[in-house]
Design a binder for this molecule. Structure first.
Ligand code: FAD
Length: 491
């Protein structure tokens, strides 16, 4: 189906204007959610609850997003070059959740211990995937998800420039391809049929929930292009086995960089951790002091064809492999907003409250953009989007939203927060941000005991990196309080 002719467009917009409204006058919209990771799933639930007609398009065969562990990384470009990834998840085999389970669940569906499951407070990644699958079953979300369906294009049907009327009545064209059917046809050698498995549909609104830990970010280093040995982004790191007896450099002081380095010390000959000096935590320094084959270095100055890696303090080593744990970039390769929304030095702009691009709001929204927030935060975003789309909640005017976005960016600049950390929330705003979003949709605030547990766990991460996921000295009072409410885990 192609929406090309003016007649077709008129017919479709007439049809879409007949949107259902309930006795309160709230409108039901036809909404497309891109992605069935935690953000997309909770978006689907909240949109359904609010009475919208929802379809979730997911490129993988299963829900979970990052939590759908993918061991098959061989076909992926190790440095993540190009815009389309074969591998979505950057989760490695040994990964355990960072925040305690009490804070990882959605408020009305806690991440409790499951019989026969991994009952640790920071369980392995597969336990969280099981939780998400249960979430899907309990809320009947699978019926609305179209699997193996990659969104290739999202664009505006009736946008003809910066004109108020067009913007109010925006409709979105979503073009997607069924990857399974396409592969089958290609396997049969039928290229024409393979190209024809694309679908084009029209929606009142699109919620983008494609995740932001998929497009590797690399900062250029002198000699990187010519370095002949193994170089990869942590996105495709899975286990330490391939690095047996190697000399490995791990670049970047991210959580993944630290986890991977600690794990590699058991398999590699030497692990050289390269970080910006100031960012090394007490917890990591403790690990380094205990581990004879883990060495701390400043950032890399240059790399040479013979395998030499020279650090800015003049020291050098000969390495077999370099793993860049240098984070990710926001990427929306399918989204055509005619330049209205841009990714500028990893700032997605302009966005009102990290969610709505003022000019295209509310028909286009983003969920899951804020970094370092707890997953329940995405539920608050989802509720807000659903309520704004139905008309239950109103957004400020375009001008007010633009001013708010600009003021926010300005405040970040004034605090010398680099632009690429625009969407990193927790370290700068604490839980105020969560509470503010709860207020947007009249939702309860995150419970104080949850906030305390998370802060406690984070402080442990900084001081006792090796054991923070297993430490048993957590504030018992807090845990006992949690335990009275749900069977999270044994205290
Ligand atoms: C190594 C690692 C460790 C992490 N550890 C933690 C942790 O301990 N605790 C924590 O809270 N968070 C952690 N995270 C962050 C994690 O990303 C979030 O928990 C969560 O997965 C974000 O959910 P999301 O739905 O926004 O994105 P994702 O989980 O990335 O889901 C996005 C979904 O969109 C789909 N998609 C993308 N593009 C398209 C397209 N064009 N068409 C159709 N579908 C598409 C993807 O296939 C995917 O299913 C970690 C991330 C990484 C990489």
């Amino acid at each position: 189906m192609h929406f090309k002719s003016t007649q077709q467009k008129k017919y479709i917009s007439k049809k879409f204007k007949k949107m259902v409204s309930d006795q309160n006058g709230y409108v039901s919209k036809r909404v497309c959610v891109v992605g069935a990771g935690p953000s997309g799933l909770v978006a689907a639930r909240e949109l359904k609850k609010e009475g919208h007609d929802v379809i979730v398009l997911e490129q993988k065969q299963e829900i979970g997003g990052q939590w759908l562990y993918d061991p098959n990384v061989e076909d992926e470009d190790p440095l993540g070059k190009g815009l389309i990834r074969k591998v979505h998840s950057g989760v490695y085999a040994s990964l355990r959740v960072f925040a305690p389970r009490e804070a990882m669940g959605f408020p009305d569906f806690p991440f409790v211990v499951k019989e026969g499951g991994d009952c640790r407070r920071h369980p392995g990644h597969s336990e969280y995937l099981e939780y998400l699958k249960d979430f899907c079953e309990v809320f009947g979300l699978r019926d609305f998800i179209r699997f193996n369906t990659r969104v290739e294009y999202v664009g505006m049907l009736n946008y003809e420039g910066n004109n108020g009327d067009d913007i109010k009545d925006l409709k979105w064209i979503v073009r997607s391809v069924n990857l399974k059917k396409q592969t089958r046809k290609r396997d049969d050698g039928d290229e024409k049929a393979a190209a024809a498995v694309a679908a084009e549909e029209l929606f009142d609104a699109v919620v983008v929930a494609n995740g932001h830990y998929c497009q590797p970010y690399l900062s250029p280093i002198k000699g990187m292009e010519d370095w002949k040995r193994k170089q990869m982004h942590s996105h495709v790191y899975r286990t330490p086995d391939p690095f047996k007896n190697e000399v490995v450099v791990v670049v970047g002081n991210s959580q993944s960089g630290q986890d991977i380095s600690m794990e590699l010390t058991k398999m590699a000959k030497e692990v050289h951790f390269s970080a910006k000096d100031k960012s090394v935590t007490e917890g990591l320094l403790k690990v380094i002091s205990k581990c004879s084959n883990l060495h701390l270095h400043p950032v890399i100055d240059s790399m040479y064809e013979d395998g030499r890696v020279v650090f800015i303090d003049g020291n050098s080593i000969i390495a077999d492999t370099i793993i860049y744990a240098t984070g990710y970039s926001y990427s929306f390769p399918f989204l055509d907003t005619k330049g209205i929304v841009k990714v500028n030095d990893n700032r997605v702009e302009p966005l009102y409250e990290h969610t709505f691009p003022p000019l295209l709001a509310p028909s286009l929204s983003f969920i899951g953009i804020p970094k370092m927030v707890l997953l329940p935060f995405f539920e608050l975003q989802a509720k807000w989007i659903a309520q704004v789309l139905s008309g239950k909640k109103k957004l400020p005017s375009f001008e007010q939203m633009m001013i708010s976005a600009q003021e926010f960016y300005h405040s970040r600049d004034l605090s010398s927060i680099p632009k690429h950390y625009t969407h990193a929330i927790i370290p700068y705003d604490g839980f105020e941000y969560c509470d503010k979003y709860a207020d947007f949709s009249d939702s309860p605030h995150l419970e104080d005991w949850k906030k305390e547990l998370v802060l406690y766990s984070a402080s442990k991460y900084f001081t006792d990196l090796e054991n923070f996921r297993d430490s048993n000295d957590h504030d018992h009072k807090m845990l006992q309080l949690a335990q009275q409410i749900y069977n999270y885990t044994k205290v």
